[in-house]
Design a protein around this ligand. Structure first.
Ligand SMILES: [Zn+2]
Ligand SMILES: [Zn+2]
Length: 345
C-alpha cells in the first residue's frame, strides 16, 4: 500500500509500505477513507519530535472502514464505519481509569508517532475497543475527521481547562485550526466576548465568520494594550494560548484579568518566561494538558445535532496520490489560506 513516510528531518516521501497486520488480539485494521494533516506532522518533519523514527508512516487523524479485527475485539466488526481517535488507550491502566488517556502507559499518542499512522491506505489501531468511535448512520465523514484531534484538543485543553462560562470574556491567541476549534466550542458556553488574536488577517476574517466578536492583529506588538482597551482595562477571564511560542505565552500573562485562567494548548519547544513578579497576587490559574479525547462522544453528538459544524475548517481536498501537494498547501498556509486539508483515496 501507499503511505506518507517520515525519512528524517526535512524529508518525507509517498512510498510503498507493507500492509499492516493484526499483531495483538485487541487490534483492528482500518481502511482509511478520509485523513488529514496536523500541525504536529509539520513539527515532526522539522525534526522537533525525535521519538518519531525515520520510516514511520505519519498521521493521527482519520475516518475509515474496519477491514479486520483481532480475536479480543467484540464491539466492532468488519465493515463498521469508525472515527479514529488521535489518542489510543488501553482503557485499563491507572491513567486510563482516570480518563487521562493521553497518558495511557500502554498507548497514548502512538499513531504517526511510535506506530505507523493514518496517512496511508490502511492503519493498525491498537486497543481498538477503546480507541475507535462508531460513526452513526448518515453522518458527514469529512466533518468527523475534525473530531480525531483538533476539536477535542481545542475543547478540552482550551475551553474546559480555561473554564469558559456564560458572560465571561475570552481571548484566543492563535487562529490556526486548533485556535478556531476552541473558538467554535467556546460558544457552547455563551461567553460575552471572544477576542481572536493572530498575525494573519485572513485567519482573523475567518474567525469573525466563526463567531469571534472582536479580532486583533498582533503584528505591531501592541496586542496586549488593544485587549486591555477592549476590556475596560481589566483583561480577559480566559486566555487560551494556541500557538506554542514564548511570546504568545507571555501575551496571555499580559492580558489575563485578576482571577482569570490561562489555558495552554500550544506545543512548546522552547522555555517561556513566567512573570510571577507581576502575577503573584493576581489570583490566576495556569493549566496545561494533552488532549485525552474523553469528550469525543459528546462532540460527535453536537455534530450530529448540528450544534457544531466542524466542516467549515476544511479548505482544501486532495487524493492520496497527491499527498505531497497536500503537505505543500498545508505548509504554506499564509499563502494558500489553508486550514484543514482532506485527503481521500
Ligand atoms: Zn494533531
Ligand atoms: Zn491505558
Amino acid at each position: 500500500m501507499k503511505g506518507l513516510v517520515y525519512r528524517g528531518p526535512g524529508l518525507k516521501a509517498l512510498e510503498d509500505v507493507p500492509n499492516p497486520r493484526i499483531e495483538a488480539p485487541t487490534d483492528a485494521i482500518v481502511r482509511i477513507t478520509s485523513t488529514t494533516i496536523c500541525g504536529s506532522d509539520l513539527h515532526i518533519l522539522k525534526g522537533d519530535v525525535p521519538t518519531v523514527q525515520p520510516g514511520t508512516v505519519l498521521g493521527h487523524e482519520g475516518v475509515g472502514i474496519i477491514e479486520e479485527v483481532g480475536d479480543a475485539v467484540q464491539s466492532f466488526k468488519k465493515g463498521d464505519h469508525v472515527l479514529i481517535s488521535c489518542i489510543s488507550a488501553c482503557g485499563k491502566c491507572d491513567f486510563c481509569r482516570r480518563g487521562m488517556y493521553s497518558h495511557c502507559v500502554n498507548a497514548g499518542w502512538v499513531l504517526g508517532h511510535t506506530l505507523h499512522g493514518t496517512q496511508a491506505e490502511f492503519v493498525r489501531i491498537p486497543f481498538a475497543e477503546t480507541s475507535l468511535h462508531r460513526i452513526p448512520e448518515g453522518m458527514d465523514e469529512e466533518a468527523l475527521v475534525m473530531l480525531s484531534d483538533i476539536l477535542p484538543t481545542g475543547f478540552e485543553c482550551g475551553v474546559l481547562n480555561g473554564k469558559v462560562s456564560p458572560g465571561c470574556t475570552v481571548a484566543i491567541v492563535g487562529a490556526g485550526p486548533v485556535g478556531l476549534a476552541a473558538l467554535l466550542t467556546a460558544q457552547f458556553y455563551s461567553p460575552a466576548e471572544i477576542i481572536m488574536i493572530d498575525l494573519d488577517d485572513n485567519r482573523l476574517e475567518v474567525a469573525r465568520t466563526f463567531g469571534a466578536t472582536k479580532t486583533v492583529n498582533s503584528g505591531d506588538g501592541r496586542a496586549a494594550d488593544v485587549v486591555k482597551a477592549l476590556t475596560g482595562g481589566a483583561g480577559v477571564d480566559v486566555a487560551i494560548e494556541a500557538v506554542g511560542i514564548p511570546t504568545t505565552f507571555v501575551l496571555c500573562q499580559d492580558i489575563v484579568a485578576a482571577g482569570g485562567t490561562i489555558a495552554n494548548v500550544g506545543v512548546h519547544g522552547a522555555k517561556a518566561d513566567l512573570h510571577l513578579e507581576k502575577l503573584w497576587a493576581h489570583n490566576i490559574t495556569i493549566t496545561t494538558r494533552l488532549v485525552d479525547t474523553v469528550t469525543t462522544p459528546m462532540l460527535l453528538k453536537t455534530v450530529q445535532s448540528r450544534k457544531l459544524d466542524p466542516k467549515k475548517l476544511i479548505t482544501h481536498r486532495f487524493k492520496m496520490k497527491d499527498m505531497l501537494e497536500a503537505y505543500d498547501t498545508f505548509q504554506r498556509a499564509a499563502a494558500t489560506n489553508a486550514l484543514k486539508v482532506i485527503i481521500q483515496p
